[in-house]
Design a protein around this ligand. Structure first.
Ligand code: 4VN
Length: 323
């Protein structure tokens, strides 16, 4: 479709927590975490909520692009760790940056959230319903992980990132997309489960459930469904996988990324990995990586990039983009 990425930006909180820091508060080790996940450190938010991280990215996107907040028509925030049920994190961001002409909403697709939000935004642009759109992925997962559960607490980090999208005036375009949901496996990865009353009267104190995951099942799901999604999207774009210059995958686990590259018989050099610095930042992870590659001039105008998110839902979401 006629959609172009005009600007990228990312923000992570200042506090860096290393694997050794974690081994002081739980039974784990730098050796285990590094070997099994590729993660060396992660950024943790103290006092900043998801809307605060997203607002920093929103301000950077506007400053770097020269767009005025009042020019924005739409703001979408993809997150699995919103500030609240309501107001939407996107609405808080809209107020913070005074984007008075933009309507705003959150999108819940866990680690595929950015890919799903990117797809929704592109439909608003190609139908002419919106011209200037901000798409953000933001998470404060440190507020949903169980810091006593070493199998999950060591995996996640906080961060936000995003893009500005508008109608393309050149070769830039979204060439294809592939969004899939496997709801029968929904229970394999959850956080923030809210239970209904079981009988009227015995009101128990509210407790929001922490992050829980069947790691083995989700790992196998990812190594199977991400290659399938990338193949379908490339086929839809009329491209061979080999014609993709950069595979920008959700940074869930370094071994998973290597397994996907191997399964697709593609060089690992096309799969950027920055999980060592950030951990798994769910909906923020693809846009953080995309911003880094753009700012390092590794992703260049005219190149073909594949963005792929996967995780809670279970979901997978892929776009093939001529940047
Ligand atoms: O090696 C080990 O023992 C363990 C094996 C299990 N691992 C996993 C498993 C799944 C995920 C994961 C998480 C999300 C949530 O954003 C989305 C997508 C994925 Cl694929 C991350 N790590 C960690 C190392």
């Amino acid at each position: 479709e006629k959609v172009k990425i005009i600007q990228t930006a990312h923000y992570v909180p200042d506090l860096v927590v290393s694997n050794d820091d974690l081994s002081q508060i739980m039974t784990t080790s730098d050796e285990w975490i590094s070997k099994r996940t590729g993660i060396k450190r992660r950024h943790v938010s103290l006092g900043e909520n998801t809307s605060d991280l997203c607002t920093k990215v929103a301000s950077d996107l506007l400053a770097q692009s020269g767009w005025q907040a009042s020019q924005l028509d739409l703001i979408i925030v993809a997150t699995m760790s919103p500030d609240a049920y309501t107001p939407a994190t996107a609405a808080i961001v809209q107020g913070n940056i005074e984007a008075t002409n933009a309507f705003a909403f959150d999108l819940a697709a866990a680690c595929s959230g950015f890919a799903y939000a990117f797809e929704v935004a592109s439909q608003f642009i190609t139908t002419g319903r919106a011209k200037k759109v901000m798409v953000l992925g933001g998470e404060v997962l440190s507020k949903v992980v169980d810091w006593q559960d070493r199998t999950t607490a060591v995996l996640f980090g906080d961060g936000a990132a995003g893009v500005l999208l508008t109608e393309s005036d050149d070769q830039a375009a979204i060439l294809a997309s592939d969004l899939q949901t496997f709801g029968s496996d929904a229970a394999k990865l959850s956080a923030g489960l809210n239970q209904p009353l079981t009988s009227f009267g015995d009101f128990k104190p509210k407790q929001i459930s922490a992050f829980a995951m069947d790691g083995h099942a989700v790992y196998n799901f990812a190594t199977r469904e991400v290659p399938a999604s990338l193949k379908r999207a490339c086929h839809q774009a009329g491209l061979e996988l080999a014609e993709v210059d950069h595979f920008i995958l959700h940074q869930a686990n370094e071994r998973i990324i290597k397994a996907i590259a191997k399964r697709l018989k593609l060089p690992l050099s096309k799969f950027a990995v920055n999980i060592s610095e950030y951990g798994n930042t769910s909906a923020a992870s693809e846009p953080i990586l995309l911003d880094e590659l753009v700012k390092q001039n590794k992703v260049k105008r005219g190149q073909i990039i594949a963005l792929s998110g996967f995780g809670g839902g279970l979901t997978v979401g892929t776009q093939i983009i001529r940047y």
